[in-house]
Write a protein that binds this ligand. Structure first.
Ligand SMILES: Nc1ncnc2c1ncn2[C@@H]1O[C@H](COP(=O)(O)OP(=O)(O)OP(=O)(O)O)[C@@H](O)[C@H]1O
Ligand SMILES: [Mg+2]
Length: 271
């Protein structure tokens, strides 16, 4: 169940493709902020390789640096030290092939569902020749058919996050970064969307880094979970999740699920 934490750069899996070089390499990242005139070490020596097609989740308590690490991987923040490489080239600024999704939906209220989803294609100038078909495909993938002409205010929070997920998928990014995308939703909607996201991830095989402080969500979705600790923000352990795929609601009842959740709780000092 549990991978050797000193062995982050090796290992094999049933699902990953590619294999030899990681899709994403995070190498000795350190991030120091200033707080009240004092240095605050938000991240200390964080290294992590994410394989092609892998779903990796960062889990840890508030303030352990999850969002900071995601911003650095996205090229939105230049770290104090260390480097990030995607497909072998250094990430120093935002890139088209990196897609982001946040906790609160950032939909445009004056655009309907279809026009919110097609926005990245309009911006990139890639609506032609097959943009409309791609938008229709992702709408079907997240099961939003029938809501194409609705405006965000006419949708529930869960549906708004589905639209945001469509917008992320439609530009076909090499790397998807999701920061607590279901954090503002109730437990029922969250579990349901987790099941949907697992199905989509299994269908799309996108390299994904997902952030949450919900351990059950992390285990349900992931191939591996990087468990982070605080003061300073760092990786405590990387846990291989050996739950079979496809992940279905019943996966949560498997012994392996409970064992992995409990192991992560132990690493976080919750027992
Ligand atoms: N721009 C900034 N300037 C100063 N300090 C910052 C900045 N961004 C983050 N921090 C600090 O860095 C630490 C890590 O913050 P971060 O937002 O990455 O945590 P997190 O793990 O995402 O937490 P949460 O689960 O609450 O979202 C915190 O102590 C935060 O106060
Ligand atoms: Mg955060």
């Amino acid at each position: 169940m549990v991978s050797d934490p000193t062995d982050l750069r090796s290992g094999s899996s049933r699902r990953y493709v590619g294999g030899r070089s990681p899709a994403l390499a995070v190498d000795r990242i350190t991030q120091v902020f200033e707080k009240d005139g004092e240095p605050l070490v938000a991240l200390s020596d964080v290294s992590l390789d994410v394989r092609q097609g892998e779903f990796l989740t960062l889990v840890g308590p508030s303030g352990c640096g999850k969002s900071t690490l995601l911003k650095i991987i996205a090229g939105l923040l230049n770290p104090t030290g260390g480097s990030v490489h995607l497909g072998g080239s250094a990430v120093t600024e935002p890139r088209e092939e990196i897609g982001l999704m946040f906790q609160t939906s950032t939909l445009f209220p004056w655009r309907n569902v279809i026009r919110n989803i097609s926005l990245p294609l309009e911006i990139m100038g890639t609506m032609e020749p097959d943009g409309e078909r791609r938008v229709a495909d992702v709408v079907e993938l997240v099961r939003l058919q029938g809501f194409e002409q609705h405006y965000p205010r006419e949708l529930s929070g869960g549906m708004q996050q589905r639209v945001a997920l469509c917008r992320l998928l439609v530009s076909d990014p090499d790397l998807m970064l999701l920061d607590e995308p279901f954090g503002a939703l109730d437990e029922f909607t969250r579990e349901h969307l987790n099941t949907e996201l697992a199905r989509i991830a299994e269908h799309e095989h996108k390299t994904t880094v997902f952030v949450t402080h919900n351990i059950r969500e992390a285990v349900f979705l992931s191939d591996r979970v990087a468990v982070m600790g605080t003061k300073p923000g760092r990786i405590l352990d990387v846990v291989e999740v050996e739950l079979p795929r496809p992940r279905v609601p019943g996966s949560r009842r498997l012994e392996e699920f409970t064992e992995t959740v409990n192991y992560i709780r132990e690493v976080l000092g919750l027992f």
